[in-house]
Design a protein around this ligand. Structure first.
Ligand code: AHR
Length: 515
């Protein structure tokens, strides 16, 4: 894209903001008298695919492993994920889903067939982690299940029987098979995906063709009364709205349409940019790319508002996050990448955008949970490290099921580098489930701290108290040798003569309760 166009787009996105000068203070007003939509906890969902060391080693090590485990699930990873309250896990893919045969992953593990994971590294897939293991994982996490069906290479019968296997309560042969495999009670499937990326790895289809297939497959997806999952129709990507246009006009019975958008620092799939060791040009372009999520959601919501004014369809961003060049010396198909302070800001910016669109965006999944793309956790054998993205999820958990509140940045300031301009501050406010008022602030500027004066309409605030994530380097990250190099610190600020001004350090994420 031409530099001048990028600059114009960035300006438009931040509403013609003013360049930041040292003396200026951002002024934010939160209106606590006008509650907005619920910020559905599933916005904080995660994605775990059969990809690289995402499941095998990252989550599942098997009961006989020397790595400490709970019935085969690594204890350290489960405990860490429980801390951030993962509400939802999507599985088994991704691209993997459209080649997955669910019957391979049930029954005695030593009798499960070995296949080749053709999408991700061409490695053997021994199916040790299957349907029963997935539900045990979500039960250990206290999360809900999002299962993605195979439309690309599976039949309607296979898909229907998988749903029956999971949710059936009859004495049919399929349900009895589940009982024989050790699970008497049906599981709860909260979302069921009817294929994945049908425009690409899911079958290279046109939206019209997929819409027909969706209706065909969905017709046979049956569960006992009151237990049918929300069906997810696989939608478009990036700036595209044609999938939302065709699907919202033609599909029946869906809970929502999914959309995928990955942040690439360069915007170029052939040379995406590096995970670490980048300069300020790649810092700002990554944040700029991330902010485009707002435009993509807005455009698709406009289509939905036209075709679905009663808001029967939600908009799910069921894959998002950073995607960098493969780390040197590692299998490129495993999508393993380091995760820095920049990723923490990417996550926070996405959350602030999702909160703004909480009327339609009710579920999203970061890609992915462990060892793949923008991960919460990295592992190496028995070692584990929490990433800056993990910490953003931890800090933002107060927003799960909160009520969004309108917020205005009265004098939007900007930060620029080269020919790219982005807003200097991104903010979001909500009333938590516990009744407290929460505010998140992201300072995109890597060099200057910002003063933010906060007012709340209808309330007097005397104090802000919460957690701050920042570091000296833009690419600060945790390693197995230095696992605590970047982590949140406590934060407190008091009002002075009736007004509350928060100092938000350069390149930081701040989440506070306002008292
Ligand atoms: O998350 C990695 C891959 O990205 C998923 O398998 C696919 O859906 C997307 O292209």
């Amino acid at each position: 894209m031409k530099a001048s166009i990028r600059r114009w787009l960035a300006l438009a996105a931040c509403g013609l903001s003013l360049p930041l000068s040292a003396a200026e203070i951002s002024r934010i007003e939160i209106d606590s008298t006008q509650p907005g939509p619920r910020i559905h906890r599933d916005i904080y969902g995660q994605f775990a695919e059969h990809l690289g060391r995402g499941i095998y080693e990252g989550i599942w090590v098997g009961e006989d492993s020397e790595i400490e485990n709970i019935r085969g699930f690594r204890t350290d990873v489960i405990e860490a994920l429980r801390e951030i309250k993962v509400p939802l896990v999507r599985w088994p893919g991704g691209c993997f889903a459209d080649e997955y045969r669910w019957r391979d992953g049930i029954g005695p593990r030593d009798q499960r067939p070995v296949r080749v994971n053709t999408h991700w590294g061409g490695v053997p897939e021994d199916n040790a982690f299957g349907t029963h293991e997935f539900f045990e994982l979500v039960e250990l996490l206290g999360a809900e299940a999002y299962v993605n069906g195979n439309l690309g290479t599976g039949t309607p019968r296979e898909m229907a029987e998988w749903l029956e296997y999971m949710t059936g309560d009859s004495n049919s042969a399929v349900v009895e098979e589940r009982r024989k495999n050790g699970r008497d009670k049906p599981w709860k499937v909260t979302y069921f995906g009817v294929g994945n990326e049908a425009w690409g790895c899911g079958g290279n289809m046109r939206p019209e063709y997929y819409a027909d297939l969706y209706n065909h497959y969905a017709t046979f997806l049956k569960s006992p009364h009151g237990t049918r999952p929300k069906l997810v129709a696989s939608g478009g990507t990036d700036v595209r709205t044609d999938w939302t246009e065709v699907l919202s006009a033609n599909i029946r019975d869906a809970g929502g349409i999914s959309h995928h958008f990955y942040t690439l620092p360069t915007g170029n799939w052939n040379d995406k940019g590096e995970a670490t060791g980048f300069g300020e040009d790649m810092w700002i372009s990554t944040l700029w790319q991330t902010l485009r999520m707002d435009e993509f959601i807005r455009k698709n919501k406009k289509v939905l508002d036209k075709n679905d004014p009663e808001k029967k369809l939600d908009f799910y961003v069921d894959e998002w996050g950073t995607w960098y060049n493969p780390e040197k010396g590692r299998e490129p198909g495993f999508l393993y990448q380091q995760n820095t302070l920049r990723d923490a800001l990417v996550a926070a910016l996405n959350f602030n955008i999702f909160h703004d669109h909480a009327d339609r965006v009710t579920m999203t999944n970061i890609a992915q949970m462990v060892n793949v793309l923008q991960a919460m956790i990295l592992t190496e054998g028995e070692q584990m490290v929490l990433t800056p993205t993990y910490h953003t999820f931890g800090m933002y958990k107060v927003f799960q099921d909160a009520t969004a509140l309108p917020l205005e940045i009265e004098n939007p300031l900007s930060y620029s580098h080269g020919d790219v301009i982005v807003p200097a501050i991104s903010a979001s406010a909500a009333r938590g489930k516990n009744g407290r008022l929460y505010l998140s602030l992201v300072n995109l500027n890597p060099d200057s701290a910002q003063q933010v004066a906060v007012r709340v309409k209808g309330e007097e605030v005397k104090e802000a108290e919460g957690q701050l994530l920042t570091a000296n380097q833009m690419d600060a990250h945790n390693t197995f040798a230095k696992p605590q190099a970047i982590k949140p610190a406590g934060y407190r600020a008091k009002a002075n003569t009736g007004s509350l001004t928060l100092e938000v350090p350069a390149k930081s994420v701040l989440v506070v309760a306002l008292n």
